[in-house]
Write a new protein. Structure first.
Lengths: 226, 226
DNA sequence: TAATCGTCCGAACGAACGTTCGGTAAAGGA
DNA sequence: TCCTTTACCGAACGTTCGTTCGGACGATTA
């Protein structure tokens, strides 16, 4: 969990902030992290709207009122879950792209990273995908900003690949189709039946890349029609 | 709307059923159909759990209590919407497959039918996709049965194509990837920006078919490894 | 004309919701 | 030792929820 989770709570905080809070900051963050994990499971199982704070109270073993010591609202809880998941997957992608130059390998790394994180944090990713439109205020705006940034990067990776191979295809349709293939996983993946992230990533990458590069092929060294 | 919607309501009905109900059956079904249309829009916009019967009352212009003359519960409303959408898309697919023999054309028709219906009934299909796990009782079991049947057919179409072309690939991953590409549309399609169903279907079919047939290719007339 | 039926409504029901209030008890610094 | 801060809780707040009750009123039937 990020270091600044402390800012999650905004009321009933000591007025003399910043003096000797440092001592128990770690405990606070760890405890909030545990609550977020339980909240992820509860939101995943019942859906955000159908899940109640009393469900979370039961799951954590903490009293209903006690929960509010760690965050200010149910919305903030969802915000923290979504933001953390998105930032982690984005950071992972950036790290793995460093020093990789081959356009096809870069797209393969995108798929690998996405599916690996998706399956390793299936519940959080379901909450991220499924409760996508729930947050309406500035929380929602912030999560949507990270999402746009992630989309922008992926679009760039696919564009680079198409340009390098002289392929013509709608980049928007291509990327959103790829996202569809990958994100839909949360509706069907069963760890006891289906392959692991590595195999799945290879198979989906094979379908997508062979498909895109094959379907969008045009005569060598010709120019676009306009 | 199907002819037997009347069975939607189960209480406060005349005990002497089946005698002279026939006279106003049409009006009842038409009115319920209008309510279902509004309910689809409300569930689509706010999500099933967040949508309230008072929202629906406002949308239809009918009183809260008056709504319950046409159905017995909010759950039944969702059930009727999901069942109707699924049955229609399934019937459309069956009709368009009749007399079509070429395996590739049959898969293309599946994609064409799916996307055409998806975009022509975007709101109903979002409710179908997004509120997939909401129904828990026998309503849910019934909708899930239709879904399994649809999945079974699609799996068969893809299997047939792979066999005809001597292609080896996990049929499950292939079909679920295809569903992902297609169903994810409800999260991004914008009629003012994106192409229509026909173009989209061709592009997705090109990516998927070129990808599957290319990536899964094996040496001609060789036998599977076991 | 009297009785019945189809259609719809105002008002209310109890339950569940997210959140807050006033407090307690242990820990820790002065 | 006293006093602040941290961590938490029982009980309740006001609101909204899905659903139902009893009845109204026009149309149809006997």
């Amino acid at each position: 969990m990020p270091a600044s989770l402390r800012t999650a709570v905004a009321y009933r905080r000591p007025r003399t902030l910043g003096r000797h809070i440092g001592g128990s900051r770690k405990r606070f963050d760890r405890r909030l992290g545990e609550i977020l994990d339980h909240a992820t499971a509860v939101f995943c199982d019942k859906g955000y709207e159908a899940a109640s704070m009393r469900d979370l109270s039961r799951a954590t073993g903490m009293s209903l009122a006690g929960l509010y010591y760690y965050f200010e609202s149910k919305e903030k809880l969802l915000y923290l879950i979504q933001k953390h998941a998105f930032e982690t997957i984005l950071a992972g992608l950036r790290r793995r792209l460093e020093g990789l130059r081959d356009p096809e390998q870069r797209v393969r790394v995108l798929i690998q990273n996405h599916l690996e994180y998706f399956l390793a944090n299936q519940r959080a990713m379901k909450v991220l995908s499924h409760e996508d439109e729930v947050l309406k205020n500035s929380y929602g705006a912030e999560v949507r900003a990270i999402k746009r940034e992630y989309y922008r990067i992926c679009l760039g990776l696919v564009e680079d690949l198409m340009r390098a191979r002289g392929v013509e295809f709608s980049d928007r349709i291509a990327v959103l189709s790829l996202f569809g293939m990958m994100n839909w996983i949360y509706t069907w993946h069963n760890p006891r039946v289906d392959a692991d992230a590595g195999v799945l990533a290879r198979q989906m990458a094979d379908i997508f890349l062979t498909g895109l590069l094959g379907a969008g092929k045009r005569k060598r060294s010709s120019r676009p029609t306009q």
